[in-house]
Design a protein around this ligand. Structure first.
Ligand code: NDP
Length: 440
């Protein structure tokens, strides 16, 4: 703890995971003897680097770049790149640690990693984003490779950034290979990858609801964020007959009680992905309430919004204990996390004490990396699967993740606790591989 005292998000994630792994230590004394628990919380390596680039005014800018290669016991390192001013070592370590278990849960051979920079793409010109991506790749390229480490997108890194990063990698390495996922369809991307995290979170929620003979039809859903995950969560909720009523960004939240329908969602796609505008414009266009400087969870708490299911899809620690209590009080019985660790430890406790079907991000948002794994498989075979094929595989993977988490929760005496189940199921495969390798 002392060594990582400046990294609260990392410590929070480690605490949550290690607590839930306690039952495994009793069943596997060999893990204890080989100090697997001590070893699994230490990243294989941390790479930190200077990213110097020139802005449109000709001024030199300096950012910090990160790649934390956490664990490659079961496959090449795999995990997204995040460009956001809040990025620091602790956040990237927390994300890389979580990614190790999530990737294991997908059943695909992928290790865990995460990276990014404190660069803020907001308000930057296309040219500036391109120059930054090129400067970032100028260092990153030497640490990655199709069998070593395969980064992807995350907050602030979408198809545009992946294009610039991949184009520059291709230029300097001269190898057109599967070194990044989330690529455009023209140069090796997979159908359904943009949709995968949001769709997967909704599939996971549907699986949880089915254990209580419920489904999403007619249910009121709150969704936070308005980026990649939030947009496709709303789209899949509409396919499943639910009524999504909220979206947000870092400036505020809209509430549309009539429901965000297909036409309004198309407006959000255009607003966020092409114009890079603010969600406030939705409220102006459709004449619905806008709550400036409030998160979805503030609005749920203060306006008493009635909710059946919740999909936090913005950022870590967006839901605290009081917000979780308000959700429960307002009727929420299912939470599927599209974002990584959006509920803090108090919030998780509230959900569990109130028997909310609570799907942690590690399981519920694993659809994105699962389809990234499918993108790697298609690249390796040099062919492309159809939308239907990829979507079917995604549904199958989400069903398997749900089953694996549920079964592990039963086997280790905490039936229905998806946090423990997902952590245990993800951990066992990695731990057994580490044990097989001896002390390395
Ligand atoms: P995007 O950058 O596309 O969207 C992020 C959204 O969250 C934006 O609406 C953004 O608002 C909002 N947001 C981000 N940070 C903050 C903050 N500190 N305060 C308030 N609002 C914030 O990212 P994604 O949709 O890709 O990612 C969302 C979450 O899902 C993250 O936790 C990510 O790690 C996780 N995730 C994503 C996957 C993927 O495939 N994309 C896979 C698995 C997990 P604004 O525009 O104002 O910043």
């Amino acid at each position: 703890k002392e060594k990582d005292s400046g990294q609260p998000e990392f410590l929070q994630a480690v605490q949550e995971v290690l607590t839930s792994l306690e039952p495994t230590a009793q069943k596997h004394p060999d893990f204890v003897r080989a100090k697997i628990y001590d070893r699994i919380v230490e990243p294989d390596r941390v790479i930190m680097f200077r990213v110097a680039w020139v802005d449109d005014r000709g001024e030199v800018q300096v950012n910090r770049g990160f790649r934390v290669q956490f664990n490659n016991a079961i496959g090449p390192y795999k995990g997204g790149l995040r460009f956001h001013p809040s990025v620091n070592l602790g956040i990237i370590k927390f994300l890389g640690f979580e990614q190790t278990f999530k990737n294991s849960l997908t059943t695909l051979p992928m290790g865990g990693a995460k990276g990014g920079s404190d660069f803020n793409p907001k308000g930057k010109s296309d040219q500036e984003v391109m120059r930054f991506c090129q400067a970032f790749m100028r260092e990153l390229y030497r640490h990655i490779g199709p069998d070593t480490d395969v980064p992807a997108g995350d907050i602030g890194v979408g198809e545009r950034e992946i294009g610039y990063l991949y184009g520059y990698y291709l230029k300097i390495v001269n190898a057109n290979t599967s070194v990044l996922t989330g690529k455009g369809l023209e140069y090796g991307g997979s159908l359904i990858r943009p949709e995968a995290t949001g769709y997967g979170a909704v599939y996971f929620a549907a699986e949880m609801l089915a254990t209580r003979n419920l489904d999403l039809r007619g249910k009121t859903a709150v969704v936070s964020g308005s980026g990649n995950v939030a947009q496709y969560t709303v789209e899949k909720l509409l396919h499943m007959g639910a009524r999504p009523i909220t979206l947000s960004d870092s400036d505020g939240t809209i509430v549309d009680e009539a429901g965000i329908d297909g036409e309004k969602l198309r407006f959000v796609f255009e607003l966020k992905n092409y114009r890079r505008g603010r969600i406030r414009e939705y409220a102006e266009k459709y004449n619905v309430p806008y709550f400036a400087n409030q998160s979805v969870w503030d609005v749920v708490r203060e306006q008493g919004l009635k909710v059946d299911v919740a999909f936090p899809s913005a950022h870590e620690n967006e839901i605290d204990g009081p917000s979780a209590e308000a959700l429960v009080k307002n009727g929420c019985y299912c939470v599927a996390e599209g974002a990584n660790m959006p509920s803090n430890l108090d919030a998780v406790r509230v959900f569990q004490e109130n028997h909310v079907l609570y799907g942690p991000g590690k399981a519920a948002n694993a659809g994105g990396v699962a389809v990234s794994g499918l993108e790697m498989a298609q690249n390796a075979m040099r062919l492309s699967w159809s939308r239907e094929e990829v979507d079917q595989k995604l549904q199958g993977i989400m069903r398997n993740i749900h089953r694996a988490a549920l079964e592990a929760s039963e086997a280790y005496g905490c039936k229905g606790n998806y946090v423990m189940g997902a952590n245990i199921a993800g951990f066992l495969k990695v731990a057994k591989a580490m044990l097989a390798y001896g002390i390395v």
